[in-house]
Ligand binder design. Sequence first.
Ligand code: NAD
Ligand code: UD1
Length: 350
Amino acid sequence: MLESIMKNKILVTGGAGYIGTHTCIALHEAGYEIVVYDNLSNSSREAINRVSALISQPIEFIEGDIRDAESLKQVFATHQFFGVIHFAGLKAVGESVAKPLLYYNNNVSGTITLLEVMTEYDVKNLVFSSSATVYGDPETLPIDENSKRSCTNPYGQSKLTVEHILEDLAVSDDSWNLIPLRYFNPVGAHPSGQIGEDPNDIPNNLMPYISQVAVGKLAKLNIFGNDYPTTDGTGVRDFIHVTDLAQGHVAALNYLEQQVAPVGFLPINLGTGKGTSVLELVTAFSNVSGQSIPYQFAERRAGDIASCYASADKAKNLLEWQAKLSITEMCQDSWRWQSMNPNGYNVKDI
Ligand code: NAD
Ligand code: UD1
């Protein structure tokens, strides 16, 4: 069994990024060989160096763009992959509104190019980074995989469009295994404190914002809305530790290895199934870090929804995967990363 797993080589696009680096470690620990392909548009070589140090061996890293078919073909010609985990993409909602063509080009055209090259080299296993954003404003909670999908911004549309492309591909050719993993809200960092989320500029997302207030880089958190129909009026989200999320990718690959027949298009939520409010997260972070987190209430942020949390049953039943880590552990690990690396990787190769 171990021998057959050792043979399995995985291409990790976007493997230098936040979720990619954590997943590389989980894949290595599970016995997979990995090749990382990333254009470093939102990451750095330092992240790759740190992953190499954590796994005590150099990572095979190729600097390249998923829109560059020739470069991808070279990679597929020199490696025999079992499959691809496809993280590469741009992810800032606000930027996607300002630069929709960039987002559709990078996220949609880039994925089409990758799928064309995979077809050419007969690699038919793909795990794709989708998002809970494809559910828009959910009609019922918890959100299961059959819920209606709709999006209100170009970033979300790019994820939904890729999902539609994958569905059409599965219909056209039944030898594909296409698993979009719909992530809820990934937070936390590797327990070593060596790798974590390193946003450019001022963070848009809650956890990195709280961390930067705690470490003194930002003065005050704006809490967007305290009049939502939730327990304390602030937004509720399903925060999931990034190392649990990484294990979800390993579970998806293990699942594909065990199948005797292709699975086609198989979307799966990765969440904890539990909602936590913005205020609850602020309190938990403050308790864990011993720092005060000054905040003020502000207007609701355009496009935000009140509550969003997953039904995690499908992942449990099919992949035998469940998130294990608590909100306290998410805050502890985010804080360790932030306090050990107040300026993130401090090296941007862009
Ligand atoms: P990230 O920005 O840290 O990582 C993405 C990586 O992809 C970066 O290293 C970047 O340099 C690389 N990349 C971008 N465009 C590329 C291209 N054209 N060619 C090659 N490499 C390219 O983001 P992340 O948080 O690790 O997210 C990974 C994936 O998960 C993304 O597709 C994102 O949309 C999706 N996702 C993230 C979240 C989240 O909250 N972080 C939630 C849902 C879905
Ligand atoms: C956001 C994106 C979503 C994307 C996800 C992960 C929007 C509308 N949605 O989700 O498409 O998939 O990030 O990248 O941008 N909050 C504050 N103050 C802050 C930041 C956030 O109060 O400074 C609140 C928000 O209003 C929300 C909660 O914290 O209620 C979580 O926000 P965030 O971390 O940005 O995640 P999402 O909005 O769920």
